[in-house]
Design a protein around this ligand. Structure first.
Ligand SMILES: C[S@@+](CC[C@H](N)C(=O)[O-])C[C@H]1O[C@@H](n2cnc3c(N)ncnc32)[C@H](O)[C@@H]1O
Length: 251
């Protein structure tokens, strides 16, 4: 059996209870490089075979999985955050399907959610936006024309932008050209939930200067949204005059 497990964003306590149990039971762990906290590997039992997939190709990963399954070993393929978000797991699952190898996927806490926690910020505020867009700037992986940052910016929803910190200048330009005012608030969280977590706040027109020379180059989430400002309407869910299935209005 193969378990594709979300490791969470960095803090080793942010793996699920199920993910931790599967790590403890695993005979073979293949983990996704430096973004997976080493502390999680401490859950491995003695004698567990551990591979870092950073230096492996997909065929090499599949070979380890296939051999291990043939020897009736329990395999954990450990991915950062949640495996479904930029995790490159589809090609692995398709290959496992073709080989008739059984697997399950165990979700994890994605870094865009650890970022909200670090910022102590709700992404969906009444009267501001009810939508979160998860996206990235184009890098070596192409982004379809209709999903370019400038098109998505037109919605003025909360945008969580992965894999793009090294192109922050471009990101800001696209967002402004797409319709966000230069004064729109933006936050950058580097290594959310790790001990070395850092938070930078500014507006689209100030953020590049804000982080200049501070070594904010990798493993950072960019969040742009008016929710980072202070104007919003109160939630209806807890309003005293609002009745719903579990509570009568009290005023
Ligand atoms: C290949 S993607 C993997 C995303 C992962 N599957 C997830 O759900 O968070 C790597 C990108 O995720 C973001 N990222 C991962 N961990 C992060 C963290 N702890 N803090 C901020 N951003 C993080 C960065 O944008 C980084 O470039």
């Amino acid at each position: 059996m193969v378990n594709i497990v979300g490791a969470g964003p960095g803090d080793p306590e942010l793996i699920t209870v199920k993910g931790k149990r599967l790590l403890e039971e695993a005979d073979v762990i293949i983990y996704a490089g430096s973004l997976v906290p080493k502390a999680l590997l401490g859950y491995a039992k003695e004698g567990c075979e551990i591979h870092n997939s950073a230096s492996m190709s997909l065929p090499e990963v599949l070979e380890v999985i296939e051999k291990s399954v043939a020897a009736d070993k329990k395999v954990v393929r450990l991915h950062t955050g949640d495996p479904a978000i930029y995790g490159a797991i589809q090609e692995q699952m398709d290959a496992l399907n073709k080989k008739g190898i059984e697997y399950q996927v165990v979700p994890g806490v994605s870094s865009f959610l650890a970022t909200a926690a670090a910022l102590k910020q709700e992404y969906t505020l009444p009267g501001v936006t009810q939508t979160v867009i998860i996206t990235r700037n184009e890098g070596r992986t192409p982004v379809p024309e209709r999903e370019k940052l400038r098109s998505l910016a037109a919605h003025k929803a909360t945008m969580c932008i992965f894999l793009s910190i090294s192109m922050l200048g471009d990101v800001v330009k696209e967002l402004i050209e797409g319709g966000y005012e230069p004064t729109t608030p933006i936050a950058i969280v580097q290594r959310a939930s790790w001990p070395e977590q850092r938070i930078f706040r500014g507006t689209l027109e100030t953020i590049c200067q804000e982080i200049e020379g501070k070594g904010v180059d990798r493993t950072s989430m960019i969040v742009v949204s008016h929710v980072l400002g202070s104007d919003y309407e109160l939630s209806r869910l807890y309003a005293p005059e609002f009745s719903h299935g579990f509570r009568e209005a009290s005023v």
